[in-house]
Write a protein that binds this ligand. Structure first.
Ligand SMILES: NC(=O)c1ccc[n+]([C@@H]2O[C@H](COP(=O)([O-])OP(=O)(O)OC[C@H]3O[C@@H](n4cnc5c(N)ncnc54)[C@H](OP(=O)(O)O)[C@@H]3O)[C@@H](O)[C@H]2O)c1
Length: 333
């Protein structure tokens, strides 16, 4: 399988490294990477990828010639570039699938691993949902069931880290509240969760708010979930512990969680969909409140790899999914 990675920012570069590291597990024969806007100070990254086995292409015109020879495209660009190339991907006869990332709503079926694998079957283009959509959707699924059978409603507050650790452009100096643009869902996080579950015919009553803070480490998610019947803290803890995509911590400080991710995660990332603060749950009858930390891109990278195996290795996708989760997820931080 020839894998093409387009856009070598944070997500694209880490993904290329994951493909190189797990190439035999994933059945990848060639990793081709494209840096559309070459910059002199990013050349060392490209050289490191080349030394690890990637074939490196540079320049805005390099992509078009490579699409027809690829089996799967990981388009990790932003600002609408993947959406603008989507028709080209759809027309490539050899391509088994193409995926874009969080900012590219409309590129393809929204996807979060563990939530809507069924929706991938008919889709050739996939939009891996954002990291906070991963955290929220997976937490609700773990607590309320795969089709959110137990969910009455949920109110989420996303406490965002303002900028990726490797960048400085969007740093803020104080808390900045986001506009509730969606009259039903509030911010885009709940709207994305609704859109995601709609692909399996579920319409959850979820609303969200968002505040961006002067942190670069992890997002945090405050959840307030109302179930159809009472759920005690011990039961909630058990549901979270049973979930293969969630991790737990007893730390209250994202510095400490992030530090363990940096130390033990592949390339310093945490790949669980969310890290729930297990000793800080508050239950009142059918209502549960709590906090989780959300890894900023590890969760979406795992879903990206799982979308890839679903499209390229449908016969043993379940085994490969489990193998990836065993390799990448630590259940406790
Ligand atoms: N960073 C995170 O924590 C995170 C988490 C979850 C999801 N995501 C999603 O992943 C995607 C990429 O994010 P990122 O953090 O990797 O971003 P990034 O580091 O800024 O890199 C994005 C890449 O997109 C390309 N690009 C940027 N502006 C462009 C433009 N105007 N036109 C065409 N191409 C452009 C560049 O590709 P070249 O390298 O080819 O020049 C750049 O390296 C986004 O959809 C984002 O929402 C990010």
């Amino acid at each position: 399988v020839k894998a093409l990675v387009v856009g070598l920012g944070n997500v694209g570069t880490t993904l290329a490294n994951l493909l190189l590291r797990y190439r035999s597990l994933l059945g990848v024969t060639e990793v081709v990477v494209v840096k559309g806007q070459p910059i002199p100070w990013r050349e060392p990254d490209l050289e490191l990828l080349r030394r690890r086995g990637a074939t490196v292409h540079r320049g805005p015109d390099a992509l078009d010639d490579l699409i027809d020879g690829a089996d799967f495209v990981f388009d990790c660009r932003k600002e609408g570039a993947p959406r603008a190339t989507r028709a080209r991907y759809e027309a490539a006869p050899r391509l088994r699938g193409a995926c874009a990332q969080g900012s590219e709503r409309g590129f393809g079926v929204p996807f979060v691993s563990g939530v809507n694998e069924a929706a991938l079957k008919a889709a050739r283009t996939v939009q891996v949902a954002s990291c906070n959509t991963h955290g929220a959707a997976s937490l609700l699924r773990a607590l309320a069931g795969p089709r959110l059978e137990e969910l009455e409603r949920a109110d989420l507050v996303v406490v965002r880290r303002s900028e990726d650790l490797g960048a400085s452009e969007r740093l803020v100096g104080a808390s900045v509240v986001a506009r509730h643009r969606d009259a039903e869902a509030g911010t885009h996080h709940a709207a994305d969760v609704r859109r995601l579950f709609s692909t399996i015919g579920v319409e959850p009553a979820v609303v969200s708010s968002d505040v961006t803070t002067p942190s670069q480490l992890m997002h945090a998610l405050r959840f307030h979930v109302a179930f159809r019947s009472p759920v005690a803290v011990a039961e909630a803890v058990e549901r979270i512990a049973r979930d293969p995509l969630l991790a737990t911590t007893m730390k209250f400080d994202s510095n400490g969680v992030f530090e363990l991710g940096r130390r033990y995660g592949f390339q310093g990332r945490i790949y669980a969909h969310a890290v729930v603060v297990e000793n800080n749950l508050l239950a009142h009858g059918p209502e549960l409140r709590g906090w989780a930390f959300v890894p900023q891109e590890g969760n979406t990278l795992l879903s990206t790899l799982e979308a890839f195996v679903a499209k390229t290795r449908p016969d043993d996708a379940a085994d490969l999914r489990n193998a990836l989760r065993r390799e990448l997820i630590e259940p406790r931080w």
